[in-house]
Structure formats: structure tokens, C-alpha cells
Design a protein around this ligand. Structure first.
Ligand code: 4AZ
Length: 251
């Protein structure tokens, strides 16, 4: 995350850290005790990715240090990538995936101050352009950084209209209806490499909903190049078909 500030995981308790072969790979969001929502492009080997090579941590404030009191670590039982995910046009269309966590004695994530689920917003809903939402992740804090952030960071971004983001000087026709853009008016705040798969959340009537998954962008915090997010409210049916969860959840 470029801009924003270090955040304790207690302020983003649905935040998941996804590791592949013990290397940090992507962020994710806990949407039910056994289900993490993330981006399909986090798994470049697609469905052939061995679930044994993937681990998921919840309650993690730092990717390099562990706090065994707060953290919960899981093996992945199932990796589900969207069947229509494609990067053929270079725009990560349908960039959404689900990880099913392996339960122990029927229990996956246990709710605590540092671990809790985030709500799924109702189908096809969206807040208006200009609404302020939050992004969170362990990704780079500037575009040219050599390393990811040591600590979880969060920042506020404003939702952007589809018509603005489809302008030629923005992303033109790379933006599909399965995506939306968000950024800051001064172009100083953005998601960045390593934040992929993580949440864009908006608070409505005191509840926090995951409206977006960090997907792509041209660099980080560049003028007229906002972050692009998977539009989760286009996928309620897909999520409930794959997980058995209700189409939307209110925590
Ligand atoms: C990336 O490489 C990436 N500024 C993620 C988000 C953005 C750009 C790149 C958005 O994972």
C-alpha cells in the first residue's frame, strides 16, 4: 500500500496472508470461517497449483515476524479459480478465487480480536463514486521498492466512476464491468505489488463489506492510473454456488 499507515490486524481482522512455498504471495479476505476470498492471478499455475504448497495465515500484523498468540495458520483444502478468469487481454478479467481452509475437528477460523469475517455486499450493489473505502495489504509502499512492507498497512481510497476510469488517459477499454477503479484525488495513495488478492472494504450502517479485491493497475500511485479492483457484487451467485454461503452476509 502506497500512502496510508501501518495498521494492526485488529483493524482489518478479515485480512489473510497467503503464502506459496513459504514465500508471501498475496492478500485475501476471510468471508466465512473456512473461506478466504482472493484474486485468481495470485495462482499463475492455475488449478494445477498444489494446495499443499499454499498456506493461509489470519491475524498476522507482520509478514516476517510471528505472533503465535494472535495468529491462526491453515492448510488449504481446495483452491477454486473463477472458470472465466483470463489475462488474455492483459486486464485480469474475472480475477477472483476462493480458498477453502482445512478444518480441525470441524473448526476453521476462530473469532478473536485479530480474526473475524467480513460481510459480502448484496448482489449488484455499489456505493456512489467518491465514497471513501479502505484498502489493506502487506505490499510495496512505493512502486520501485525492492521489498514488500514488513507490516500490514491500510489507506483510504475513493471509488471512481466507470466512465472516468474507461477514459483513454485512464485505462480505456481494459476496464470491464467486472472491475471498478479507486484511488486518491492527489494520486498519492494506491494498492501496489503484493497487495493483490487483498480487500477493499467499505463501511455501511456500521457494517464492513468487501466490495473489491485488489487486482491490477499501471504501476502504483501514478497520475490517472488508479488501482483496479474485482467487483465482488458481480460474483454473489458464483461465491454462493462454490461455498454454499448465502448470496450476501451481514456478519
Ligand atoms: C501488482 O503488481 C499490483 N496500483 C497490484 C495493484 C496495483 C498495481 C500492481 C494497483 O500486484
Amino acid at each position: 500500500v502506497v500512502g496510508g499507515a501501518v495498521a494492526s490486524v485488529e483493524s482489518q481482522p478479515w485480512m489473510a496472508a497467503i503464502f506459496h512455498h513459504d514465500h508471501f504471495q498475496c492478500g485475501g479476505s476471510l468471508i466465512a470461517p473456512c473461506w478466504v476470498l482472493t484474486a485468481a492471478h495470485c495462482f499463475p499455475d492455475g488449478e494445477t497449483t498444489s494446495t499443499r504448497s499454499v498456506s493461509v495465515y489470519l491475524g498476522k500484523s507482520s509478514i516476517n515476524e510471528s505472533n503465535s498468540i494472535r495468529e491462526q495458520k491453515f492448510i488449504v483444502e481446495q483452491l477454486i479459480l473463477h472458470q472465466d478468469y483470463s489475462n488474455n487481454a492483459g486486464n485480469y478479467n474475472n480475477d477472483i478465487a476462493l480458498l477453502k481452509l482445512r478444518s480441525k475437528d470441524g473448526v476453521c477460523a476462530v473469532r478473536s480480536k485479530s480474526v473475524r469475517t467480513v460481510c459480502l455486499p448484496p448482489p449488484l450493489t455499489m456505493l456512489p463514486p467518491g465514497a471513501i473505502c479502505s484498502i489493506a495489504g502487506y505490499g510495496k509502499t512505493r512502486e520501485g521498492a525492492w521489498q514488500y512492507s514488513q507490516y500490514l498497512r491500510e489507506a483510504k481510497v475513493a471509488l471512481m466512476s466507470q466512465s472516468v476510469c474507461k477514459r483513454e488517459e485512464y485505462y480505456g477499454n481494459l476496464i470491464t464491468n467486472n472491475m471498478f477503479c479507486a484511488g486518491s484525488p492527489d494520486w498519492k495513495t494506491d494498492s501496489c505489488q503484493g497487495d493483490s488478492g487483498g480487500p477493499l472494504v467499505c463501511e455501511v450502517l456500521g457494517r464492513v463489506f468487501v466490495f473489491g479485491v485488489v487486482s491490477w493497475g499501471d504501476g502504483c500511485a501514478r497520475k490517472n492510473k488508479p488501482g483496479v479492483y474485482t467487483r465482488i457484487t458481480n460474483y454473489n451467485t458464483w461465491i454462493s454456488q462454490k461455498t454454499g454461503l448465502p448470496a450476501y452476509t451481514t456478519g
